[in-house]
Design a protein around this ligand. Structure first.
Ligand SMILES: Nc1ncnc2c1ncn2[C@@H]1O[C@H](COP(=O)(O)OP(=O)(O)OP(=O)(O)O)[C@@H](O)[C@H]1O
Ligand SMILES: [Mg+2]
Length: 269
């Protein structure tokens, strides 16, 4: 089971859109994927996947020692599961609700989940993607501590670059204090219009500052990508040739990602 956080302090940097479409691409490649929405905004689970929280909430799992497996819900896509975000995550975020186990809580939940799921073979999860909130708080730290790897979607503009520096520092502290093997998989330039001088220039600056850490794949800005989240269908499953170009971008991202972590392709059963 590979666990990957999608994080960035910057709001609107396309964390949820990246998580949504990467999940689609991984499922298309034959993997079983669990998305955990740890952002109280509920964008990924409620807005994009249309999955609302049921009895067992993520906040209760984190704060009251519940089982993560009982918060897992299916989506309309085979092999794709979601743990939905809920309103009480706000109290955890603000520190109003304490988490027993602190920063290590989600990590221990995932270790238990893995043990539970391994016993039930057909529910095996290959990938866990954690969509973080736009803040460097205890929810994001819990995600970073629970993860093998982190991917950072980047807004290459001036404000985005400042937020990126802070995010990288936060990743470094997660590694230093809790998770020494956490791998920074890469920076993804996304929601960008390469036809504009502005986007060309800001992209150049990010590449100059961060070199090979930046994925070669760039996800273009397109209304098709907004349409896909609006219709709650990841791009790779959207009907219509107008979506192909954008689905291809996420497939290319997945391939680069696999090269970086040397995961073997799994053919569709
Ligand atoms: N490639 C793209 N083309 C067009 N619009 C995009 C693209 N990627 C993201 N967006 C839009 O940008 C906005 C922010 O995207 P998203 O919600 O994924 O960002 P986020 O980083 O998760 O935001 P938050 O920090 O609030 O969690 C959304 O309206 C989304 O539809
Ligand atoms: Mg989001």
């Amino acid at each position: 089971m590979q666990v990957m956080a999608i994080a960035n302090l910057k709001g609107g940097a396309a964390k949820s859109t990246t998580t949504f479409n990467l999940a689609g691409v991984l499922v298309e490649a034959g993997f079983q994927v669990l998305c955990i929405d740890i952002d109280p905004q509920k964008t990924l689970s409620e807005a994009f996947f249309g999955v609302k929280v049921k009895e067992q909430t993520l906040s209760a799992v984190l704060a009251k020692d519940g089982l993560l497996s009982s918060a897992v819900q299916p989506t309309s896509f085979k092999g794709l599961y979601v743990v939905a975000a809920d309103d009480d995550l706000k109290a955890i975020k603000s520190g109003q609700t304490q988490i027993e186990g602190g920063e290590l809580r989600l990590r221990s939940c995932l270790t238990r989940l893995k043990a539970n799921l391994d016993q039930v073979n057909d529910h095996k999860i290959d990938w866990v993607l954690i969509d973080c909130p736009p803040s460097l708080d205890r929810l994001t730290m819990n995600a970073l501590v629970a993860s093998d790897a982190v991917l950072i979607p980047v807004d290459p503009g001036a404000g985005g670059r400042v937020a990126l520096a802070d995010t990288l520092e936060y990743v470094a502290s997660a590694r230093k204090w809790y998770n020494p093997t956490l791998k920074l998989l890469g920076l993804l330039i996304t929601n960008t219009d390469t036809r504009t001088i502005y986007d060309q220039e800001t992209t150049r600056v990010v590449r100059e500052q961060h070199g090979d850490l930046v994925f070669k794949t760039v996800v273009a800005a397109s209304v098709r990508i907004r349409e896909s989240t609006e219709s709650q269908v990841p791009l790779v499953f959207c009907k219509g040739s107008e979506f192909n170009r954008y689905a291809e971008m996420y497939r290319a991202l997945k391939n680069e990602l696999f090269q970086r972590i040397t995961v073997k392709e799994r053919s569709k059963e």
